[in-house]
Write a protein that binds this ligand. Structure first.
Ligand code: DO4
Ligand code: MG
Length: 277
């Protein structure tokens, strides 16, 4: 089952049908344990739409929840960050966090700084080296249970992060620093552990970078990340947690204004965004 957010409410995709549901409070709508079953029970009586343009304009599938992120959860992320920060002493601390029990977790954004599928993510004007980070993103209830999955783009400035690790919040959080969507995938159980994430970056109509990774190569378990996040933080509306990137373009690559990012995660869909200034 998938949930899309459009201007007039929710579209629930189930068995190749699109059902319309009025939602007054997106926080309450998403923050429910056993969401798959709850949604199934609510399908009865919903209007089925055959409007082909129904999903043309999507909103971020969230309410006022915070978006958090995990770091250095894949080998590729550890290696790329050790390389970019070696002049700032980063040669050792990324491998330490990769191996430590405690994961790297950081606050990323709220809906105000994020954009939906079809929206424009930004690169910072004071950054010269920028990448999208394609990340499986968890929808977590206020009880700490994983209820769904979406696609996140953790836009990152590698020049600012590489200059000094204490600049991480500036490398990661700014206007237009994240994209989330196109929908929330709400399966009966956990997502297929072999699901693939792929990233394509399009410039002037051609793919200038493409890469893929399986979520089963992630170092940590989803629930372990959630448990650490919930240790000393309450999330009365639930929250979203990006689970880290396993795809980073080669060091010579930087995003440019006008590029298009296309992130696909099996079972969820494709999140497409334009890069702006
Ligand atoms: O440690 C810096 C950020 C890591 C990150 O965002 C990732 O691994 O995805
Ligand atoms: Mg990331």
């Amino acid at each position: 089952m998938k949930i899309y957010k459009i201007a007039s409410g929710a579209v629930i995709e189930h068995k190749n049908q699109h059902l319309l549901k009025k939602v007054d409070d997106w926080d309450a709508f998403l923050n429910r344990t056993n969401l798959h079953k709850v949604l199934l029970d609510e399908l009865n009586g919903l209007h089925v739409s055959d409007d082909e343009n129904l999903l043309d304009i999507l909103e971020i599938p969230m309410g006022t929840q915070e978006i958090w992120a995990s770091g250095v959860t894949y080998m590729r992320s550890k290696e790329a960050r050790m390389e970019e920060s070696k002049d700032a002493g980063g040669g050792t601390f990324y491998d330490r966090v990769y191996d430590a029990d405690r994961p790297e977790l950081f606050f990323k954004a709220t809906a105000q700084r994020a954009v939906p599928h079809g929206g424009t993510v930004r690169i910072r004007k004071d950054s010269g080296w920028d990448v999208p980070e394609p990340e499986l993103t968890l929808l977590i209830s206020s009880q700490g249970t994983i209820e769904g999955y979406t696609i996140g783009n953790d836009m990152s400035s590698r020049s600012i992060e590489g200059e000094n690790p204490l600049y991480l919040p500036q490398a990661k959080t700014y206007e237009g620093c994240a994209a989330l969507g196109p929908c929330i995938y709400v399966p009966k159980g956990p997502i297929d552990s072999n699901a693939m994430i792929s990233l394509e970056i399009i410039r002037n109509g051609s793919a200038i970078f493409s890469g893929e990774v399986s979520i089963n190569t992630m170092k940590r378990k989803h629930q372990d990340l959630v448990d650490y996040l919930f240790r000393e933080c309450n999330f009365p509306q639930g929250c979203f947690l990006m689970t880290g990137t396993g795809i980073i373009p080669p060091d010579a690559f930087t995003l440019q204004v006008g590029d298009e990012t296309r992130i696909t995660i099996e079972h969820i869909g494709t999140l497409v965004n334009l890069v702006g200034s």
